[in-house]
Structure formats: C-alpha cells, structure tokens
Design a protein. Structure first.
Lengths: 114, 119
C-alpha cells in the first residue's frame, strides 16, 4: 500500500518569500506523484505531477517539485509567493500500473501574509 | 482542460432523508470515477471506486447501503447518501479518469465538490 506524509499542517510565510512544502511517500512499487491545490470551498486542482523523465517538474504559476527517489520525497517549492497562493496543498501518490486510486497526504495550509 | 461537474454544490437536508449528488465528466468519457469524502481541515478519504456498468468497489469501513453509487453511463456517476444523519455532513468530491488521455497522463480530474449539511 502507498502512504503520503506531509509533516507541516500549516506554513505561514510573508509575501515574496520563498517556501517549501514537504512531502514524503512510502510505496513498495513505482508511483506517480502529484500536488493538488484546494482553494476555500472548492474542489482540487492539479498543480503539477511527476510521471517519468525529468525529476524536476514545474507548474505554470511558478511552483516546482523535485522527485527524489532515494529520499522518497516530492517537495514543493516556490521562490517567491503571492497572497493568492494562500490555499491548502495536497501531495498524492498513485501506483503507476494503470488507473489506481490517489492516496492523499493530510495537506499543508499555506498562509501568505503581506 | 477536462471538466468534471458536481451537482449540487451545496445541499441542506433533514435527518433521515436521502440526498443524491451527481458527478459528470463534461468533455470526456470516464470509465472510472472515484468518490472522496473530506472532513473539515482534513485530507480526502477515498470512499469508493465507481466503474461504468458494474458495481462500485468500496473502501474498508464505508457502508455500501449507506452510500449508494451508480455509474450508469460513461459521463455520469451518482452518490446517494441514504437516511442521512448529521455525522454524514461533509464535503464530497468526485474525480474521473479520462478514458483516452488518462492512459498517458495518469491524471484524475476533480469536481468542485458538494457540501452536505444534515440538520
């Protein structure tokens, strides 16, 4: 079975500061990795994903995440955050053997203040 | 991008009544849809996997008779909360796999969620 650990339940940061949201996973098989963002009272939106190839993946709004197999991590980073980045961020894994359920971490609330 | 729509977005009902939530894939066919439940300030917990034309597969601890799932077509899955009670109040989110593109991307598309409040 797969599991995801997001150690930080909440990360406060000032606007324009860098941020890293941590994600570690556990799996006995190869996985796909995802970061989803959830704004208040909304569903989830895919932020970025790692399926194969380059271990560094980027989103269109400046976030990036790096797959580290040896450390079983997929940390999310942004060099300079905006107020609008305030949201809940979920890391998730899926077995890469076809359509499987997503297993989510507990989420990290990113709070960006002026 | 692919769109998954849930309806209703919010519903309030009395204890003992049943509530149906619809999940539609608007621009793709979804042979598989997943239903998640999210408690306040917590993660999403998978309730069941819905496959078109067959019975849903429920996760351990989820009552099949309580949460009825029907996936009658390639674009529609429904979740019916039967005899709802206040403890069933939650945010229910569905997700769908694009039958064609999903094979390549592994991506799930999520609905906007439905907030159920049982009085």
């Amino acid at each position: 079975a797969q599991s995801v650990t997001q150690l930080d339940s909440q990360v406060p940061v000032f606007e324009e500061a860098p941020v890293e949201l941590r994600c570690n996973y556990s799996s006995s098989v190869s996985v796909y990795l995802f970061w989803y963002v959830q704004y208040p009272n909304q569903g989830l939106q895919l932020l970025l994903k790692y399926l194969s190839g380059s271990t560094l993946v980027e989103s269109i709004n400046g976030f990036e995440a790096e797959f580290n197999k040896s450390q079983t991590s997929f940390h999310l980073r942004k060099p300079s955050v905006h107020i609008s980045d305030t949201a809940e961020y979920f890391c998730a894994v899926m077995k890469n053997t076809g359509f499987q359920k997503l297993v989510f971490g507990t989420g990290t609330r990113l709070l960006v203040s002026p | 991008g692919a769109v998954v729509s849930q309806h209703p977005s919010r519903v309030i009902c009395k204890s003992g009544t049943s509530v149906k939530i619809e999940c539609r894939s608007l621009d793709f066919q979804a042979t598989t849809m997943f239903w998640y439940r999210q408690f306040p300030k917590q993660s999403l917990m998978l309730m069941a996997t819905s496959n078109e034309g067959s019975k849903a597969t429920y996760e351990q601890g989820v009552e099949k008779d309580k949460f009825l799932i029907n996936h009658a077509s390639l674009t529609l899955s429904t979740l019916t909360v039967t005899s709802a009670h206040p403890e069933d109040s939650s945010f229910y989110i569905c997700s769908a796999v694009d039958r064609v593109r999903g094979q390549l991307t592994g991506e799930l598309f999520f609905g906007e969620g439905s907030r159920l409040t049982v009085l």
